[in-house]
Ligand binder design. Sequence first.
Ligand code: ATP
Ligand code: SF4
Length: 331
Amino acid sequence: MEEKQPVLELENVSVGYDSTAGMVQAVNDVSLKIYENTIVGLIGESGSGKSTLGNAIMHLLKNNAVLTNGTIKVMGKEVHSMNKNELRKFRWSQMSMVFQSAMNALNPVLTIEAQILDVYRSHYKNMSKKEARARARELMEIVSIDPTHLNSYPHELSGGMRQRVVIAIAIALDPKLVIMDEPTTALDVVVQRSILDKIKQIQKVKKFAILFISHDFSLVSELASKVAIMYAGRFIEVTDSKSLSHTDQHHPYTEGLINAIPHLTAEEVTITGIPGNPPNLVDLPSGCAYHPRCQFATERCKTERPVVHQIDNRDVECHLYDAVRKEVLES
Ligand code: ATP
Ligand code: SF4
């Protein structure tokens, strides 16, 4: 049977930042496929490379960043080989992103309507103002904001409403992929919950794929059907989210994240409890980059980078999942 085309296909993607200290290896050889109508979570501590990967997918990397290896395909098209014009058409219509703190990035001197009309009119040159306005009203209804607020300026809306507007703009052109980078982090828990429910509702109807970036493990495991766990720029585990609570065979870092939360359904959880700090991405630890923090680390872990092991519905990058696991567990 022919395989369905992924909405997003990452193949061996690496991204580095040129810095005075040396090359920061922010994303290090990651591969992933996301299909339509699915939500995939991307989780990891601060500085693990999540936003860099999101920006690389959108081809919106900072000036000192370089895609050093790999391919990024959205709807089968290689994003980094598009020219400026192709990219301009492709962004927002095929792939869009809700950036971190995006609600503060709305233009303060334009009404909400003007900002939404801009999106329509820059992509659909022949769209009449009347039709664009009707679509803007529809969009407001989709994100549960009274369309009278189209005449408001951003400062006249609450943080939660501004965030809904940003989500509305991201889905305005019916993209196939929406990257959401910590879309609710700046909001209080109640507003956060209502926005997440809204995202789920809209996604069910529109069936686009979401790459949902967060450091909140419980939130992601509840929202997403699959989760990629990022450590020092690598996907150290990719798992379906059901297995997160139903099996104890995870990467030690994933287990650390799971153990650090009291309940997977808790509303507000912070990641604590994993000893040590994330590594310096300019000078990564040898072997497995997690070894200085790992309670199971062996001499081998210090010198040899683990390969990926496929176990049921999980891809785990750890030596424990080959013969060494037996040795360590029995010792
Ligand atoms: P957070 O959750 O805090 O947003 P993150 O997981 O999204 O973190 P990134 O923002 O992608 O992580 O950063 C990955 C690494 O790249 C970090 O070590 C960061 O310091 C570094 N980095 C980010 N931007 C630059 C830059 N412009 N120049 C050099 N290093 C950078
Ligand atoms: Fe720990 Fe070794 Fe597995 Fe890395 S490879 S997570 S150091 S046991």
